[in-house]
Ligand binder design. Structure first.
Ligand code: SF4
Length: 326
């Protein structure tokens, strides 16, 4: 549990419990599990008891009391990430603890709360009944996906929840990005869904009757590369493509390159220093499966570490937030 957070897109975190189970490729290098192990705890995996954090209610109440002063000082609300050390919608979390979390989150309406899950299919059955009718206006919902297949599986569900429950804003965190992706042409059965606009296009007109004509679109897209010892590089064009898809539609936040930085986003002196030190380097080629019509340049990536790699994309920083967090 931390009052302040190093995570770029929030000011602090609150955890009502620690512990989780890995559910997909995005969990491979779970920082929460690493930190939990580092602390000598054992709360990861199936049939493992999650650890209650008893100070969480007092912490969120304290944050709520400081929210007005924070707003006055910074000209924006205090952004809090709930459950950075677990997944709120984990099947194995204790239901009473989850109910307590929802109660405290709903009461802390001076904060702007970010809930992030990899278990979007559990959301409708686990949130309080009152939220289905009247979702708290200060709470947004995000899903993490790291492959195109996961995006096609989870984003239509997220947008449908936004429509049904009136969630004020929703977003997607694509971190660590594992392959080139699009959010504009999600294949959902025989349909294509543009997650930025919520519009369907379809191959069999008759079947559209079974679908809502349109879903609301995404409000926020966060993209980041991988860190950790087995981290793989991401091609800058993967990131640029998502940035372009967000233009005029959703707030785009580029969180980090991760372990590997592209040649063109390193300061020349820094690059020269890394070359001199013979840091590992890789050349990324065009990926014909995802960008058949786009000739990607060959990009040289250097393994410089997360901090040196930073988060500038073509010399610019993208740290944008949706309206609900401004
Ligand atoms: S869902 Fe999140 S907290 Fe749980 S194992 Fe995966 S990355 Fe870690």
């Amino acid at each position: 549990m931390a009052e302040r957070s190093a995570i770029e897109w929030c000011d602090g975190t609150v955890n009502f419990w620690w512990g989780c189970t890995k559910v997909g490729p995005g969990c491979d290098n779970c920082y929460a599990e690493d930190y939990n192990n580092f602390r000598g705890n054992k709360q990861w995996g199936p049939n493992t008891e999650r650890r209650e954090i008893k100070g969480a209610p007092a912490l969120i109440q304290k944050m709520q009391r400081s929210a007005a002063a924070f707003q006055a000082e910074n000209g924006r609300p205090l952004r809090i990430f709930m459950q950075s050390m677990s997944d709120i919608f984990d099947n194995e979390a204790n239901d009473e603890l989850r109910a307590k979390l929802f109660d405290h989150a709903a009461a802390a309406d001076g904060l702007r709360i970010i809930m992030l899950t990899k278990r979007i299919s559990n959301v409708a059955k686990m949130v309080p009944a009152a939220w289905r009718e009247n979702w708290p206006r200060h709470i947004g919902l995000m899903v993490t996906v790291v492959t195109q297949r996961e995006a096609e599986r989870d984003l239509p569900r997220l947008l449908e929840l936004k429509r049904l429950f009136g969630i004020p804003w929703v977003g997607v965190s694509i971190e660590p990005m594992q392959e080139p992706m699009t959010l504009r042409d999600l294949r959902v059965g025989k349909f294509l869904l543009n997650a930025m606009t919520g519009e369907w296009s379809y191959m069999h007109r008759m079947m559209l009757a079974n679908l809502p004509e349109r879903l609301p679109g995404l409000d926020w897209v966060i993209v980041g590369g991988e860190s950790g010892k087995n981290a793989r590089p991401i091609h800058p064009e993967w990131v640029r493509k998502l940035k372009r898809e967000c233009e005029g539609r959703a707030a785009f936040l580029f969180k980090q390159w991760g372990e590997w930085a592209p040649d063109n986003d390193l300061h020349p002196a820094v690059r020269a220093n890394f070359i001199k030190r013979r840091v590992e380097k890789r050349e990324l080629n065009r990926d014909p499966s995802a960008f058949a019509s786009v000739q990607l340049e060959i990009m040289t990536m250097y393994r410089v570490g997360k901090h040196a790699a930073g988060r500038t994309l073509d010399g610019r920083t993208y740290l944008n937030f949706p309206m609900g967090l401004q």
